[in-house]
Design a protein around this ligand. Structure first.
Ligand code: ADP
Ligand code: MG
Ligand code: MG
Length: 250
């Protein structure tokens, strides 16, 4: 089965339980939005999927194509094609974007398989065109002196080069102006189709005007309390989250 399946996922930070039983199936080919008020566990969900050591999974599973990824090393996850858009926000001194992209592509290959220059350069020129970015950018050092918008654009560049099977994007829209938002969306939408699944995590509906999700799930207090179509995001935008909180306490 080609899907991300989250089963009864519970996780804590220190002594505090944050995820309290998340259940979710995202088939490859669909993008689902995760929305919710701040502080309710959206980023925690993303971090647990990455395997961030600060978060302890106390119950449940995350299956990607039937394999439990919670026990996998990062390189094994990478080979399954799970891409986390906030995975590499760091500055790496002395590593250019070109170097980095090449290494990241190589990491997805089976042992003994090389990324050819033709493959690399072909994908790079096409990705840069989609992102409306000049080729000279790839000679810059990774994230060094990058603006917020450039960092996001660079994340999407990585995504385009790696052609992931699944993406997890957490608050990719934060701090972006509309032009940058549109370019980010253009990049994601260029990968959409039956080969791409994933989660778009966002507090605001704005990004979802440009990346229209197949489903929307609302997370409140570490659980999914409501699921709907894109119209649910519209409703949150016009009515806020108060009605959701009332539902949850009713
Ligand atoms: P959201 O992304 O929905 O805004 P988070 O998942 O970031 O929410 O946070 C959920 C709750 O967990 C918040 O109360 C937050 O303070 C707490 N939390 C998250 N990460 C940590 C951490 N590393 N240490 C302590 N508390 C944390
Ligand atoms: Mg937050
Ligand atoms: Mg968050």
């Amino acid at each position: 089965e080609h899907q991300i399946e989250i089963r009864n996922l519970h996780a804590k930070v220190g002594d505090t339980e944050i995820l309290k039983g998340i259940n979710l199936v995202v088939p490859r080919g669909e993008l689902h939005a995760i929305m919710g008020p701040n502080g309710n566990g959206k980023s925690t969900l993303a971090k647990v999927i990455v395997g961030d050591p600060d978060y302890e999974v106390t119950q449940g599973e995350v299956l990607v194509d039937g394999q439990n990824i919670l026990e996998m090393e990062p390189d094994e996850r990478a080979r399954l094609g799970v891409f986390l858009a906030f995975q590499y926000p760091v500055e790496i001194p002395g590593v250019t974007i070109a170097n980095f992209l090449r290494l990241a592509m190589q990491a997805r290959k089976e042992e003994g398989e090389e990324v050819s220059f033709t493959e690399f350069y072909g994908k790079l020129t096409s990705a840069l065109k989609t992102l409306e970015w000049d080729e000279s950018i790839v000679e810059r050092y990774l994230n060094e002196g990058f603006s917020g918008g450039e960092k996001k654009r660079n994340e999407i560049l990585q995504m385009l080069m790696l052609e992931p099977n699944y993406i997890i994007m957490d608050e990719t829209d934060s701090g972006l102006d509309v032009d940058a938002l549109k370019i980010v969306a253009k990049g994601v939408n260029s990968l959409r189709g039956e080969n791409l699944g994933g989660l778009i995590i966002t507090h605001y509906q704005r990004l979802l005007n440009y990346i229209v999700p197949d489903k929307v799930h609302i997370v409140l207090d570490g659980k999914i309390v409501q699921t709907g179509g894109p119209e649910l995001a519209q409703k949150l935008d016009s009515e806020g989250y108060d009605w959701v909180k009332e539902l949850a306490t009713a």
